[in-house]
Design a protein around this ligand. Structure first.
Ligand SMILES: Cc1ncc(COP(=O)(O)O)c(C=O)c1O
Length: 1018
């Protein structure tokens, strides 16, 4: 690899051009040099297409050149479709060659390196190895090559001590030891062939970025200079080693590469068992060679930088137990993750009637608790951690059901673990969407403290300890079992009373039915409601008597193989299938099908792969596996999802009374008084409805009743509601997909959207507000206008702040024509804009609408809406026809509305919107400065938008980029959506409980996504 000095370095591009003419009769228009370690490579543009002129370095033997050439010819004959260079021609001595040019970007520079792309890399290598099977060449055997996999142990041993850092040296030594014990014995049985042996991320080419990163093709594999005959699986090991580079989730990346390879060249179990450590050995070889080179060139900073990703990948591989990695890779290829588990499961099923009872209770009558993400047993995720609350709740359920035993389910995703459920984001540095472990891979048996716990079968004490600190288990016993006819396995009993710590010794024999301990009491049991956590473990993974009781949802099948369902050991067998929560975990695909059957097709779903969302709390939404998503779109959950005070207010009133407004009741009056007090005079008369659409419908009826006119002026791009009447005044709909244009009755008048970024008049025009407003005067000229209906900041229009002074002038024009002014505050009211409680107030004190419509945030998710108007308009509306609304203004809605106002006040949410929103907006502004397609950042408080364009100069909307950003941000665990008539504005309007940390996370993730190839080059 270091023979640079001996390459034909004196050759210039002009020499290359001349050579191409002399040797290959090529008329070259342009020549450029391509990077290479041993050879000199030139890209030639010719009328016959692009080629690579490859001049072999002097260290390359004729034999090895012949090996490469024959291999390329062999592949061309047998697998012409493989994207590898074709040998077009060669000089008589074979050392100067003309190869076909493969277009593409090197994988090292591809952003993102999606799991699907890594699978394609694996797939290409699998196809290559299938094609190369049967290829033989004498130069491929016994090559003097540092990268020969067979030489890895020798190279590592020779250079290991050049690694200065002792911990790093130790890391390498660990993999060396694993190689000796786990891989070396397998090697003699592994298939061998000639392999490419260098699929590093500089030798793999990928195609142009795709809107779906998973669609990006792999277009080439370069550099056949390291070919060697060896164990075929080493091909995959090299790709796996480099596939992990830059991937925080090393195992996920490895699984994809391996699965892709396996789909083309099926791997044997022995190959799969070896590949992880072979990959680590490749990285160890690399870091040892770097360390060795560094001793020769200590001042060369490049060497340090270039070895960093290999150390990083090795470090992350070392965090994963190699047998867990092996299980995950087996699972990715469709093998049972743990080879022994199916036999154990069969044995357990067969013998399920023969075990001694673990607890002395009738498990057939046990209450099964729902402790899943969606469980109604707890109000907030934090509450599940509160033993003092949960204990009486669970135990009173057991008593009500007339039983002394309750079950917490196996294979259930829970939010209980790992402390604060909302801090999901921070665990794995750099991971797109860090995952907490949520899936319970044991059964919980809830009983009163002191209830004895017995061994279901004979065994030996493997461990007994109090590991409350690390795993929350409290006093724990682990037994090892080796029954006849079954693979060895372990049973784990957690949260016991402390007496087991004294009474049991590791190594002690335990008889079938012998007492191993008793159910412990909090706090000594790890501080949980009294229960025994009962788990099977097939492989303790050298954990020194500790094992996770909860696995990650993404590796759920693997965790379940390490800890299969222990129900058969309880003797209840299949009579209690409800002890497993498996069905909930596998639900999204079934929900999707049912939705297509049962609901209208135009009820749209967000995201290409829709999410099942089963819980909300604060600024987060949770899917059924417990994955947390930061919610940036649900402005309806204004004070935070499932805010306990709002929930309690609704529940309290629902238990007492919910009826219509035909009786006197104080709630509606208290609420009307509170709302009116928050609005400027003369807005003082309230009407309650159930949605923003209803509010706008009612407002238009009032305007028409008051003015006796019919026309309505609205802004282009506006949306005001889903009724027939409102669709007719919503250009967003009638001019959008499926719309049939502006209604012909002439009542709807559309004026230009006052978008001063991309609209008719721009920010550099100080008179833009007046110019935009003049269109309102124009639209009202015939005098038949009942209302000017306008949002105070434009939402569907694309998160647009109105230019200063716009509303004052537009309102004046509208009123001069006899119209009333309706402020649609459905999206932007209730403190979201930070500086003021209502959006229209940001346009100046003199701006007072005649009617204000309210919705969405008003009930924090409860269907509530309101219209507030002046006594004069209310009087015109009261023309004798009764106004009745079955649900509007009912006591439950009003109590919820009051609670929302209380929370906004008590939690200082308007001030928070101002402060946090201000910082988020500065963060977005910094993105605009750094990323060409980020055209504009705008908005007030926590009502913000980022407009994506082709380029800053053109301002041409880029819907594709916006859609891409939204999809990719979901991959980062952040929910956003697009808006604007061109669908190119990423909108942000999170619950107001949004924090500075949330904002920082959003900006950081956006920064990464905006740097990805599709955004940069689409
Ligand atoms: C500005 C505006 N007005 C009114 C509505 C209608 O509200 P709802 O969907 O509650 O009927 C919406 C809904 O998106 C809206 O954005």
């Amino acid at each position: 690899m270091v023979a640079l000095a001996r390459t034909p370095s004196s050759l210039s591009v002009e020499d290359a051009r001349r050579l191409a003419r002399q040797l290959f009769d090529l008329d070259v228009s342009t020549v450029s040099e391509l990077p290479s370690e041993r050879d000199r490579n030139f890209r030639l543009e010719t009328p016959r297409g692009a080629f690579v002129l490859k001049l072999a370095g002097p260290t390359e033997s004729d034999g090895v050149l012949d090996l490469q050439n024959r291999a390329l010819e062999w592949i061309a004959e047998r697998a012409a479709e493989l994207p590898v260079p074709r040998l077009v021609a060669r000089s008589p001595d074979g050392r100067t060659r003309l190869l076909s040019y493969l277009p593409g970007t090197i994988l090292a520079e591809a952003r993102p390196r999606s799991p699907a792309l890594l699978a394609r890399v694996g797939g290409l290598l699998g196809r290559l190895d299938v094609a190369l099977a049967g290829f033989r060449h004498s130069a491929a055997v016994g090559r003097d090559l540092m990268w020969d996999p067979a030489r890895a142990p020798e190279i590592i041993e020779r250079h290991r001590d050049a690694i200065a850092d002792l911990a790093r040296r130790e890391l390498v030594a660990r993999f060396e030891a694993l190689y000796k014990s786990e891989v070396a014995p397998l090697l003699p049985g592994l298939p061998r062939s000639v392999i490419h042996n260098d699929a590093n991320d500089y030798n793999v080419l990928v195609g142009p970025p795709a809107e779906r990163p998973e669609d990006r093709p792999v277009t080439g594999l370069l550099d056949f200079g390291d070919m060697v005959e060896t164990w075929t699986v080493c091909e995959l090991a090299v790709a796996l080693a480099y596939g992990i580079f830059g991937q925080p989730e090393a195992l996920v990346a490895a699984e994809r590469v391996v699965a892709g390879y396996h789909s083309q060249r099926p791997l044997s179990e022995a190959e799969l068992d070896a590949v992880w450590i072979l990959a680590a050995m490749r990285l160890c070889t690399s870091v040892c060679l770097s360390a060795h080179r560094r001793t020769a060139e200590p001042e060369n900073p490049y060497l340090l930088v270039s070895e960093a990703p290999a150390w990083d990948a090795l470090g992350r591989m070392a965090e994963i137990h190699p047998r867990f990695a092996r299980a995950a890779l087996r699972n990715a290829c469709g093998f049972p993750p743990c080879a022994q588990t199916p036999a154990l499961e069969a044995w357990l099923r067969k013998h399920h009637g023969e075990f001694a009872p673990v607890v002395t209770a009738d498990l057939g009558r046990a209450v099964v608790f729902d402790l899943s993400v969606a469980s109604p047993e707890f109000r907030t995720p934090a509450e599940t951690l509160d033993t003092a609350t949960m204990t009486p709740r669970l135990f009173s359920k057991m008593r009500e059901a007339g039983t002394d035993v309750g079950i917490g389910r196996y294979d259930e995703a829970r939010l209980i673990y790992g402390g604060d459920a909302f801090a999901a984001a921070t665990s794995a540095m750099g991971a797109e969407h860090p995952e907490r472990r949520t899936v319970h891979i044991a059964l919980d048996i809830f009983m009163d403290p002191g209830a004895p716990v017995h061994a279901p079968l004979a065994g030996r004490v493997h461990a007994v300890h109090d590991n409350a600190a690390r795993y929350d288990y409290g006093p724990t016993v682990i037994l090892e079992h080796a029954p006849e006819g079954a693979p060895r396995f372990y049973t784990l009993y957690g949260h016991l009373a402390p007496d087991c710590l004294e009474s049991l010794e590791p190594g002690q024999d335990i008889a079938r039915g012998q007492r191993v301990g008793a159910i412990g009491a909090p706090p000594g049991n790890g501080d949980w409601p009294p229960h025994v956590h009962f788990q099977i473990v097939t492989d303790m993974l050298d954990g020194g008597g500790e094992f996770h009781g909860v696995g990650s949802a993404s590796e759920r099948e693997v965790w379940r193989a390490f800890s299969p369902d222990p129900t058969p050991l309880l003797g209840v067998g299949e009579s209690r299938p409800d002890f497993r929560a498996t069905a909930t975990m596998d639900r999204p695909a079934r929900l999707f099908d049912a939705r297509r059957r049962l609901l209208g097709a135009n009820l749209s779903l967000a995201y290409r792969t829709p999410l099942e969302i089963v819980r909300g709390a604060g600024t987060h939404l949770f899917d059924q596996t417990g994955r947390a998503f930061l919610d940036m779109v649900n402005n309806v959950a204004h004070v935070g999802h499932a805010h306990p005070r709002v929930v309690a207010a609704g529940a309290r009133q629902m238990t007492v009374l919910n009826t219509n407004t035909r009786y006197l009741h104080p709630s509606i009056l208290r609420y009307a008084e509170r709302l009116a007090a928050m609005l400027p005079d003369p807005l003082s008369v309230c009407f309650f409805v159930c949605s923003g659409s209803e509010a706008n419908e009612l407002a238009l009826r009032m305007a028409r009743a008051h003015t006796g006119k019919r026309g309505v002026i609205v802004l282009a791009g506006a949306y005001h509601g889903n009724t027939q009447g409102l669709i007719e005044v919503s250009p967003y709909k009638f001019d959008g997909r499926g719309g049939s244009g502006r209604p012909e009755h002439g009542r709807t008048r559309v004026v230009p959207m006052p978008d001063d970024y991309r609209g008719l008049y721009r920010r550099d025009d100080p008179r833009r507000a007046a110019k935009f407003a003049a269109h309102v005067a124009e639209a009202a000229r015939d005098g038949d206008v009942a209302a000017f209906l306008c949002e105070s900041l434009l939402s569907c229009g694309g998160q647009i702040e109105l230019p200063p002074g716009y509303l004052a002038t537009a309102y004046r024009h509208a009123r001069e024509a006899g119209a009333v002014c309706i402020a649609d505050e459905v999206q932007v009211g209730f403190g979201r804009v930070g500086s003021h409680f209502w959006g229209f107030q940001t346009q100046g004190e003199e701006v007072v609408p005649d009617i204000v419509t309210l919705g969405k945030p008003i009930g924090n998710g409860h269907p509530l809406g309101a219209v507030v108007t002046t006594p004069a308009i209310a009087a015109s509306f009261a023309n004798g026809m009764e106004y009745f609304n079955t649900f509007g203004g009912n006591p439950v809605s009003c109590e919820i509305g009051l609670a929302v106002l209380d929370v906004i006040r008590d939690e200082g949410l308007q001030d928070r919107a101002l402060a946090v929103g201000g910082r988020l907006r500065s963060g977005l502004q910094s993105l605009v400065e750094r990323h060409e397609p980020a055209g504009d950042a705008r908005g007030l408080g926590l009502f913000l938008g980022l407009e994506l364009v082709e380029s800053k100069a053109s301002r041409t909307p880029s819907a594709a980029r916006a859609a891409y950003v939204v999809e990719r941000m979901k991959d980062h665990g952040i929910l956003l959506s697009t808006d604007g008539p061109d669908h190119n504005v990423v909108k942000m309007k999170p619950p107001l409980s949004f924090s500075d940390d949330d904002a920082a996370r959003v900006v950081e993730a956006l920064d990464r996504v905006l740097s990805e190839d599709f955004v940069r080059t689409a």
